[in-house]
Every structure is written in structure tokens, then in C-alpha cells.
Design a binder for this molecule. Structure first.
Ligand SMILES: [Mn+2]
Length: 209
């Protein structure tokens, strides 16, 4: 996907369910806006249809409010739709190429990390808890995110291999990176979602006058 000046943002997603041939209780939404990239994961509490229902409601609300570039505001909007549901943990990242930054807000067990090509890591905070329509407290924080940087977002069904930071900074597409991580990670018996997103730095093409 084109961002600007030949830069591209690409992402790959791994989403599986605990039991084969059943719907995952993890849902995700990822889409590129003109000014930013939105990446999100919702993990419905428990498993089975009730978990799926809550997670799906959450990501559908994020999708419906795709023009909102505030993860915290998106959490608040999603929360309203979850009244009476089982509840869901949620993590939302917004990478903005106007300001070269990544905003993140999360509640519950969703992990978000950004990493530079030099393997400088930034962990984003998810507050404890979950959304179920009641009032909640969460925070939104913003950190620098530049061309060449990678974002890693995942639910608690994923355990990254010890050498993950070397895998994600090796050359290759986000799909190749995702496959390498899946191949090397230990399997957890849970619904699982992993998103790898990268702001690719392409060398400027030569221009002749
Ligand atoms: Mn889970």
C-alpha cells in the first residue's frame, strides 16, 4: 500500500481458533486510511460463540468509526456496544504518517510493541480489565514511528519466540516474518491473533531531468 514518497505500509495477519473448524474468539480489524493505518485486535472473554460475539461487535464498531484516529476514543465507542455481552479485551494502534508516530490504547491482555531496524523496542501499555459496557479507565500514548519501523500486535494466544526481535528485523516481507515467527513459536491452546506491520523504506528511485 502506498503511503508517500515511495514508502509503503504492509501488514500480515495470523488468526486461528482454539478448536479446529470453529470460529475464533479473536477478531481483528486493519485498514489503511489516507493519513494513518489502523490495526486492532479484540479477544472475547471465554471461548465459543459468546466470545466471538463480543469480539465481533468490538471490531465492527471500530470499522464503523474508521475515520476516528484516536484509539482511546475507539475503545469508548466499542465499549458502548458491549453492554450485556460477555466482554472483550481490545488493543488498537494508529500509525500516523503525518506525524511519524504510533498511538495506542488497550485494555486487557493484548500486547503492542514497536521496533526499529536497530532493534530499539517500545512497549505500549494496555491497562488491566476488559470492555463490557461499563465505564472503564484506559490511556492513550503516542511514540515515534518512522519508515523502517515494525509494529507487532498480538493476543494472549501468542507467545513470541525468544529471538523474535531478530526475526522481525531480518530482510523480508511481513508475510515471511509472520511465517518465521509462527514456525518458531510455541503453540498455546487458545484463540490466537498476531499482526506484523511494517512501514517499508524503499530506496528513492532515480530521477533524471
Ligand atoms: Mn485469549
Amino acid at each position: 500500500m502506498k503511503v508517500e514518497n515511495g514508502n509503503t505500509f504492509t501488514y500480515s495477519i495470523h488468526n486461528t481458533s482454539k478448536k479446529p473448524n470453529t470460529l475464533s474468539g479473536d477478531c481483528y480489524f486493519a485498514r489503511q486510511h489516507e493519513n494513518y493505518m489502523l490495526l486492532s485486535i479484540a479477544d472475547g472473554l471465554g471461548s465459543g460463540p459468546a466470545a466471538r460475539f463480543a469480539a465481533e461487535k468490538t471490531v465492527k464498531e471500530i470499522e464503523a468509526n474508521f475515520d476516528v484516529d484516536s484509539p482511546l476514543q475507539l475503545l469508548e465507542l466499542s465499549n458502548r456496544t458491549l453492554q450485556g455481552s460477555r466482554g472483550s479485551v481490545v488493543g488498537i494502534a494508529c500509525i500516523d504518517w503525518r506525524s511519524c508516530s504510533c498511538k495506542y490504547a488497550g485494555i486487557g491482555n493484548i500486547t503492542c510493541i514497536s521496533i526499529t531496524p536497530q532493534r530499539k523496542k517500545q512497549y505500549y501499555l494496555s491497562v488491566p480489565g476488559y470492555l463490557n459496557g461499563r465505564s472503564f479507565h484506559a490511556i492513550e500514548r503516542s511514540f515515534p514511528f518512522h519508515p523502517g519501523d515494525t509494529i507487532v500486535l498480538y493476543s494472549d494466544g501468542i507467545q513470541l519466540p525468544d529471538n523474535w526481535e531478530y526475526i522481525v528485523t531480518e530482510p523480508g516481507s511481513t508475510q515471511q516474518v509472520l511465517q518465521r515467527i509462527i514456525h518458531q513459536m510455541e503453540t498455546i491452546n487458545d484463540d490466537a491473533t498476531l499482526i506484523i506491520g511494517k512501514w517499508d523504506q524503499t530506496s528513492p528511485s532515480s530521477t533524471s531531468f
